[in-house]
Design a protein around this ligand. Structure first.
Ligand code: MN
Ligand code: MN
Length: 308
């Protein structure tokens, strides 16, 4: 049995890709089970509730040599804790290649599209298999989530075409209305503790000699998040110290305006943000303008900075 899972601090794509790819592998004669590497965010919980589905189980401890399929990630810092001991058989991903290595030849599907779901639709087509309505709903949700309903610069024509094809199968008549409901669910953060807000969509990257933590909160209500700025900064500084990070940033993305205002906890990050993005930090906030994609606009710039 192959274990299929997306990244830690899972988003909608990480969860739905695991569910849909596990089903596709199974339909192709390779039994597979979907797992998750963390709690669902509010958007994903909404998507699964609307689909009438339960969340996948948390990934149990896997013994050395266990066969796995990675979806929506490939970097070990974002994966199962003992990934280096596991046998990676499949990867379906739309992120940059990180430190992935395999003991055996593996089946890899990477492409610079907006969402893993777009690749999963292609894999169904190539296998000559139809997409079931429930899976079509999950894939549509993931594309709307990852591309912020096509607002993100990561969006490709393939993502738009995939939603056009999948939404009718899913029975989603008004795609925009459904996307707004997803974003509203994601933005309804209630009294979620600051450390959980920080980690809701949070990834660790190696930049030069440093590890950096990059969080994103995509919301239709940035005012709520900035109302909790002091708590969030405190959570960021404590995570930075606890994990020995070189830097930590938390980007607050206004989904509807397409803008990014990033929390910058200390002078060392502020210096990097000024050098890399040309943005000044005032009162621990830097205006990063329309750079709303961590994958396409934040990570590559920090990577190119060769931090020492
Ligand atoms: Mn993801
Ligand atoms: Mn994704």
């Amino acid at each position: 049995m192959i274990s299929v899972f997306g990244h830690t601090n899972p988003d909608t794509d990480a969860i739905t890709a695991a569910l849909v790819y596990a089903r596709l592998l199974t339909r192709q004669g390779t039994p597979a089970t979907a797992y998750r590497l963390g709690d669902l965010n509010f958007e994903t919980a909404y998507v699964l509730r609307e689909a009438g589905l339960d969340a996948p189980e948390l990934l149990p401890a896997l013994g050395a040599g266990s066969p796995v399929a990675l979806v929506d990630h490939n970097e070990s810092a974002q994966s199962a804790p003992n990934l280096h001991e596991l046998e990676v058989r499949y990867v379906v991903d739309h992120h940059k290649l990180g430190d992935l290595s395999t003991a055996q030849p593996a089946t890899l599907r990477f492409a610079p599209v907006g969402c893993t779901a777009t690749l999963l639709l292609d894999l169904h087509r190539e296998a000559g298999l139809s997409v079931e309505p429930g899976d079509a709903r999950l894939l549509t949700s993931a594309i709307l989530s990852d591309t912020l309903e096509f607002r993100s610069p990561t969006t490709t024509d393939a993502d738009r075409a995939a939603v056009e094809f999948l939404a009718p199968i899913a029975g989603i008549r008004d795609v925009s209305a459904y996307a707004m409901q997803m974003f509203a669910a994601k933005s309804d953060l209630g009294d979620t503790p600051a450390d959980k807000l920080l980690k809701m969509d949070y990834k660790v990257f190696a930049f030069g000699a440093q590890m950096w933590g990059l969080g994103v909160i995509e919301t239709t209500n940035p005012a709520y998040v900035f109302g909790r700025r002091a708590e969030l900064i405190a959570a960021m500084l404590s995570e930075k110290a606890a994990s020995g990070l070189g830097g930590i940033l938390l980007s607050v993305v206004d989904i509807l305006q397409g803008t990014n205002k990033t929390l910058v906890p200390s002078d060392s990050e502020a210096a990097v943000v000024r050098a890399v993005f040309g943005a000044a930090t005032e009162q621990q906030v830097a205006d990063l303008g329309s750079r709303i994609s961590r994958k396409k606009q934040i990570v590559p710039a920090l990577e190119a900075a060769h931090l020492s």
